[in-house]
Design a protein around this ligand. Structure first.
Ligand SMILES: [Zn+2]
Length: 267
């Protein structure tokens, strides 16, 4: 695993595992053409195998990216779709100085871009949440249905519509974030990730944020590393950094980063 075709060395990886607690009803939209239950207008995304709602890693990563872009004041230069623009570095010099693109990646492949440092895996409801939601006899399996008034901006007519949400109190875990270290500056850019998690706690995930939904909290965080030279060492033998809340990690971030730098030595 020393070098890939670009001659880039993977010096090690930081693993951040945590749980995402739903603080206010979470709506991450699924496909209406897919498995919808009861013909919902706005269904949540569900796992095809179990039929349970899940938390797509791409939703988490995409939201953290957009918050990190705004916090960094990065130019929104790249149109995706009709009205949405995102930030993507389009030359080597800005990429080299950017604190967002190396972490979250660039759209498509730029000639100068390196592998995206951050990978966020899909997460599923904990066994405890599954049991509690089953016992609660929710409107639909594992979810609640909220009626919203959709206002037509032209006629001001209010049309009621249903929105499906994962109820407050549900927990998705483990959420695994894997951060690869290719260069020395990646240690410092790890802060971009932790700050984006903090920005997300103050913002919302999925839809309905302006209506109070989508507040989430990161809890029970564990950090450990796998360095290139010790990659095969069993996980149990690795030093772990554990925090009950994201705030606790933020308080200790300098010390944790110093440990990470020691554990993954970049040659
Ligand atoms: Zn950038």
């Amino acid at each position: 695993m020393a070098q890939d075709s670009n001659g880039i060395t993977l010096w090690g990886r930081v693993f951040l595992r945590c749980a995402v607690e739903v603080v206010t009803g979470l709506h991450i939209g699924g496909s209406q053409a897919g498995i919808t239950i009861g013909g919902m207008d706005n269904p949540v995304i569900r796992d095809a195998l179990t039929g349970r709602p899940y938390l797509p890693g791409s939703s988490l990563k995409g939201k953290m990216r957009s918050l990190a872009e705004r916090a960094a004041g990065a130019t929104q230069n790249w149109p995706i779709g009709q009205q949405v623009r995102v930030h993507v570095c389009n030359d080597a010099a800005s990429y080299a100085a950017c604190t967002v693109c190396p972490v979250f990646g660039v759209l498509g492949q730029m000639p100068f871009s390196q592998p995206t440092r951050l990978l966020v895996r899909d997460a599923f409801l904990t066994a405890d949440s599954v049991a509690r939601l089953q016992a609660a006899r929710t409107d639909l399996p594992f979810t609640e249905v909220k009626w919203e008034a959709a206002i037509d901006r032209v006629t001001s007519a209010a049309t009621p519509r249903q929105v499906e949400r994962v109820p407050a109190g549900a927990v998705f875990a483990p959420v695994e974030l894997v951060y690869s270290v290719y260069q020395r500056r990646d240690f410092e850019n790890f802060r971009t990730l932790v700050r984006a998690m903090q920005l997300l706690e103050d913002d919302y995930l999925g839809g309905l944020g302006s209506r109070g939904g989508g507040k989430v909290r990161f809890v029970d965080l564990t950090l450990f590393t796998r360095a290139r030279d010790t990659y095969t060492m069993p996980e149990e033998q690795r030093p772990k950094h554990e925090f009950t809340t994201l705030d606790a990690l933020l308080e200790d971030l300098d010390a944790v980063l110093a440990e990470i730098r020691r554990e993954i030595s970049v040659g």
